[in-house]
Design a protein around this ligand. Structure first.
Ligand code: NAD
Length: 264
């Protein structure tokens, strides 16, 4: 791959799994020094660190265990990234969780956790990372929102609210940095084949008394005219475009990658 990110540094939150890991990989392949973050089994984290480390010249990739539900941990993670990487050029706010229930049964603690991790952590990370980007005169912020940042589905009150808020925040930050060589954009994927999305299939099958394949087709991919999962690498390619050469004019966008969902 062309080393379009040579000399750049990046922090990708929630990069021990799924979309974040895919973005960390493609950035490292493109020459960036990448710091990872996220939870998981120690052996899975070690594997991800070794894999990304190998792509950036050997050793383990730097890693922060910050719990993004805690604002001070988010700020500390940004300080650590700036210290370990020497600077922070690219921030990808990707970490996220999901919980599904009708609004009148939605547990308060799940609501608070989704708002904290999927939305508020993006604010705390951007607020902490932006001064360094402004000082050095270059920066790229990519927020992984969702098709649910643009439209709703039932039973996802916290997730839909958090993702709409991420899209709104992306636009606000974009306006504030518009005259600088800094951009802030959101990516709005439909259903992507990752543990977070695949975990929704089993409960849907149980709820409706159908096979998992039927539940996938009838209750998830029914929204996606392409009738297939979006793959992690497809989202990673979009995230690479947004931080690579030639995308400086794209700012405040909420880019859909959803097999046609939003066109319907
Ligand atoms: P995933 O479950 O595979 O990965 C989520 C990552 O976030 C993991 O690394 C996990 O450890 C990390 N994480 C969770 N809670 C955390 C916390 N408190 N602190 C730090 N890290 C934490 O999920 P994914 O599907 O790859 O999702 C990544 C992002 O993409 C999320 O924001 C999600 O909402 C969004 N998204 C996913 C889909 C999809 O269909 N998979 C669609 C649209 C948007």
């Amino acid at each position: 791959m062309d080393q379009v990110l040579a000399g750049r540094t990046a922090l990708v939150t929630g990069s021990t799994s799924g979309i974040g890991l895919g973005i960390a990989k493609i950035y490292a392949e493109a020459g960036a020094k990448v710091m990872l973050n996220g939870f998981g089994k120690p052996e899975e984290i070690a594997k991800a660190r070794a894999e990304i480390g190998a792509l950036q010249g050997g050793g383990d990739a730097p890693y922060s265990a910050a719990d993004l539900s805690k604002p001070e941990a988010v700020r500390q993670m940004i300080r650590e990234a700036e210290g370990t990487l020497g600077k922070l050029d690219i921030l990808v706010n990707n970490a996220g969780i999901q919980f599904v229930a009708p609004v009148d049964e939605f547990p308060d603690d799940k609501f608070d956790a989704i708002i904290a991790i999927n939305f508020a952590s993006n604010f705390h990370a951007i607020k902490a990372a932006l001064p360094g980007m402004k000082q050095r005169g270059w920066g790229r912020i990519v927020n992984i929102a969702s098709a649910h940042g643009l439209v709703a589905s039932p039973h996802k009150v916290a997730y839909v609210s958090a993702k709409h808020a991420v899209v709104g925040m992306t636009k606000t930050v974009a306006l504030e940095v518009a005259k600088l060589p800094i951009t802030c954009n959101a990516i709005c994927p439909g259903f992507v084949r990752t543990p977070l999305a695949e975990a929704q299939v089993g409960p849907l099958a149980k709820e409706h008394g159908v096979s998992e394949q039927q539940a996938l087709e009838d209750f998830l991919l029914d929204k996606q005219p392409s009738k297939r999962w979006i793959e992690v690498d497809e989202v990673a390619q979009m995230a690479l475009y947004l931080v690579g050469p030639g995308s400086g004019g794209v700012n405040g966008a909420a880019l859909s990658i959803d097999g046609g969902w939003l066109a319907a």
